[in-house]
Design a protein around this ligand. Structure first.
Ligand code: ADP
Ligand code: MG
Length: 727
């Protein structure tokens, strides 16, 4: 029957569209012919139409299973809005009362309803099964079908019952649709739905207009600043920022608002009225930026989202792809920036420890894939597409950070050979970490218990650079020499090409990984990094040196290097603005700031520098609870050892905190404590030492001052000194 229908006419009639997108038409014909169908299409590809249009054409009612109640209502409204008749689309879920359910059932029974959206938990209910048995079903559509698989990013156990329930209700063709599926997830879906022979329609997942970049995350504060700057450079454009925790969502939204960016938070902890208001405001462009947990976005169909930022590295590449996919749906610009540091990854792993072992194992493997993506210098597009089982053949995509700033390739044929030989020696039965230990010749308990330390290949890679193993293995996988068996805990296997390589090795060029330092939560030591005005910076340093001489104080007492770097980036010209610079409090600004501001002002005027208004990032004044407590306690002259005990920290840790406070520009008076615990002469000696010294380094001080002075004493006096001289 399918061939007789002019689908283009139907499309125009119902939806007003002139032509089909991608493979929509072929998909619809396949379904009209009564076949099971599997659709893999990226977000925004137009999946809904693949079941909506045939449902309107065919006899009976199509059952659409979809996980999201909010989304259902939306789609039902759209369909009903297109039609002159009432009740063409309905939904059945827990949000309906008895009367509404009666109405739905009546419309369905009387044949008015072509599309019935059902939440999976409602589908499984006995009374609904009984009802659905009595009606004529055209087909079943399973949207967001990846929810079936534990290997997807959004597993829903109720999805597992779909097939058994369909069997109870009565058979009809099945169409499953999803935007994210690795090979593993795809085979899970087909098995669970009992449609292993379904015809598969797979569109390319490449989104050429999306730009991918991963940035090193330093501190939270530095990341907030970077984001503020980024948004100001893209003022007025729509964007989404994803954070993992609700707390961070709230905090970041507050920072953005303080900086005059129209932003709002969105997470599941907000009441539903607020959430739908926010969603609406975003769609209507009353808000530019949404800061959200991953609760936001499924079903958001805003075509001109221009950037998606991941504040935290996502838990899986499926999630990442889905979330970044919300950018640039209209084919225009879509900037996807993710912030990454290894510490965040460890935190995520820790969270998983409370889960069942099998689930932990899956979660960790997914995390490792994201880490590999973040750390690698290979084309991001190539990595993403490879992850979804697609070969991207271009050498350079010209639209990701790694392709725009390519790293030098190095020859690693020998290293690859060692890897392949190791995998073979281990009978293709072990994971990456084990293989690496084996090549390095590390006789771990595990390796010894398998007697693998006795094999000829054990330790073959001892002399190679250990940092090369991860990139060689990952790039060996992408190049098709190695296969990672995801169904089996990520065991490494050889492909035919891998075996051939062992027989006749050749060149193998790789790029090294990015080195990600573990970001520090402490804001000391972070510079803004970009756009440093070098000549100005040099002048500021000269000024600092001259002032230090005149005032007889060491240079670091006046301003630290990080502070000067920031001044040469942000151009503060008033004492208020100066206090936005790291390490500058009110006291320091007043004491030393005037000449610096004047110099900066002159420099800007002479060189016609338009002070980048947007670079002056305002911060929400915020000190951690502990720091506030310490400041208050010192004001009340509490003995520091008692204070450490009260706070449950070691004395050393307390000193760390106090130093952080003083070095960021706040004055603290600890004389009361020094008088109590230290010899007056010692205090004076150390104080004098710092007056003269070139550096405030403790190690150097210990050396210079000799054995009579303890490290603790030196640190205490340095706190006094910095407080009095620098702040
Ligand atoms: P998906 O579910 O694959 O993410 P949707 O079904 O939500 O995508 O469709 C994305 C957008 O594309 C919607 O705005 C939809 O109206 C539009 N669309 C779908 N098919 C067509 C078509 N043939 N022509 C024009 N626009 C289309
Ligand atoms: Mg959809």
């Amino acid at each position: 029957m399918a061939n007789e229908i002019n689908l283009a006419l139907e499309l125009k009639h119902y939806f007003g569209f002139d032509k089909f997108k991608g493979e929509q038409e072929a998909i619809i014909r396949n379904l009209l012919d009564g076949n099971d169908t599997f659709v893999l299409m990226p977000t925004g590809g137009g999946k809904s139409l693949c079941y909506q249009l045939p449902s309107l054409i065919m006899d009976g009612t199509a059952i659409v299973i979809s996980p999201l109640i909010a989304l259902m209502k939306n789609q039902v409204d759209v369909i009903n809005g297109m039609s002159e008749e009432t009740g063409v689309a309905h939904y059945l879920n827990s949000s309906l009362n008895k009367a509404a359910i009666q109405q739905v059932m009546q419309d369905v029974t009387e044949g008015r309803t072509k599309l019935l959206y059902v939440a999976p938990e409602s589908l499984n209910k006995d009374e609904n099964v009984e009802f659905l048995k009595t009606i004529n079903i055209s087909f079943y559509a399973i949207d967001e079908a990846h929810c079936i698989s534990e290997w997807g990013h959004d597993f829903r156990p109720e999805y597992r019952n779909i097939r058994p329930t369909i069997a109870k209700i009565g058979n009809a063709p099945v169409i499953a649709l999803t935007a994210t599926a690795t090979d593993k997830v795809r085979s899970d879906i087909k098995k669970s739905l009992g449609i292993v022979n379904a015809r598969e329609f797979k569109s390319s997942f490449n989104r050429p207009n999306l730009y991918y970049e991963v940035r090193q995350k330093r501190s939270d504060k530095a990341t907030d600043d970077e984001i503020v700057k980024f948004i100001r450079q893209h003022r007025g454009k729509s964007g989404i920022i994803y954070c993992l925790s609700r707390k961070k969502v709230e905090e970041l939204a507050a920072v953005l608002k303080t900086n005059d960016i129209s932003a709002a938070p969105y997470h599941a902890g907000l009441d539903s009225a607020t959430r739908s208001q926010t969603q609406d405001d975003f769609l209507m462009e009353r808000i530019d930026v949404i800061v959200a947990t991953i609760a936001f976005g499924m079903g958001i169909d805003k075509p001109d989202v221009r950037f998606v930022i991941h504040y935290d590295i996502p838990k899986s590449l499926e999630g990442y792809y889905q979330e970044t996919g919300r950018a640039g749906r209209d084919g225009g610009e879509g900037l996807c920036i993710a912030f990454y540091r290894q510490k965040d990854l460890k935190k995520l792993e820790k969270f998983m420890e409370s889960k069942p072992v099998a689930e932990q194992d899956i979660g960790k493997q997914l995390l490792q894939e994201t880490a590999a993506y973040a750390e690698s210098c290979v084309c991001r597009r190539k990595m993403l597409l490879h992850y979804f089982g697609e070969n991207y053949m271009e050498d350079n995509c010209h639209n990701c950070d790694n392709c725009l700033h390519p790293k030098e390739r190095i020859e690693a044929g020998k290293a690859l050979l060692i890897v392949l030989r190791a995998i073979r020696a281990l009978k293709e039965n072990f994971r990456t970490e084990y293989v690496i230990d084996f090549m390095k010749g590390r006789a771990t308990d595990d390796i010894v218990s398998h007697k693998h330390d006795l094999l000829e290949e054990f330790g073959e890679g001892e002399d190679e650079d250990p940092k090369l193993w991860s990139p060689v293995i990952r790039q060996g996988i992408i190049a098709g020499y190695i296969k990672k068996d995801v169904e089996n805990y990520g065991l490494l296997k050889l492909t035919a090409a891998g075996r051939r390589f062992i027989q006749s090795p050749s060149q193998f060029m790789v790029v090294r990984d990015n080195e990600f330092k573990d970001g520090d939560d402490d804001d000391l030591g972070d510079t803004i990094g970009t756009a440093l005005d070098e000549p100005l910076c040099a002048m500021l340093k000269d000024l600092r040196r001259d002032m230090a001489r005149k005032l007889h104080v060491p240079t670091y007492v006046i301003f630290q290097d990080v502070s000067l770097d920031q001044m040469a980036t942000m151009y503060p010209v008033t004492l208020e603005e100066l206090q936005n610079i790291q390490g500058v409090g009110a006291g320091k600004a007043k004491r030393y700031g005037k000449e610096f501001c004047e110099l900066i002002k002159r420099h800007c005027a002479m060189n016609n520098i338009e002070r980048p208004e947007e670079l002056r990032v305002r911060t929400v004044p915020k000190k951690s609870v502990v720091k506030v407590k310490i400041i208050q306690s010192i004001d009340r002259q509490i003995a520091l050892d008692d204070l450490a005990e009260a706070l449950g920290m070691g004395f050393d840790e307390l000193l760390d905190e106090i130093e952080a406070i003083v070095y960021s520009g706040t004055k603290l008076g600890i004389d009361y404590f020094l008088e109590e615990v230290m010899d007056e002469d010692h205090v004076d000696d150390i104080y004098e030492y710092f007056r003269e010294s070139e550096t405030d380094d403790i190690e150097v001080a210990l050396e210079e001052l000799g054995d009579d002075y303890s490290e603790e004493e030196i640190r205490l006096v340095r706190i006094k000194f910095m407080s009095e001289m620098a702040n």
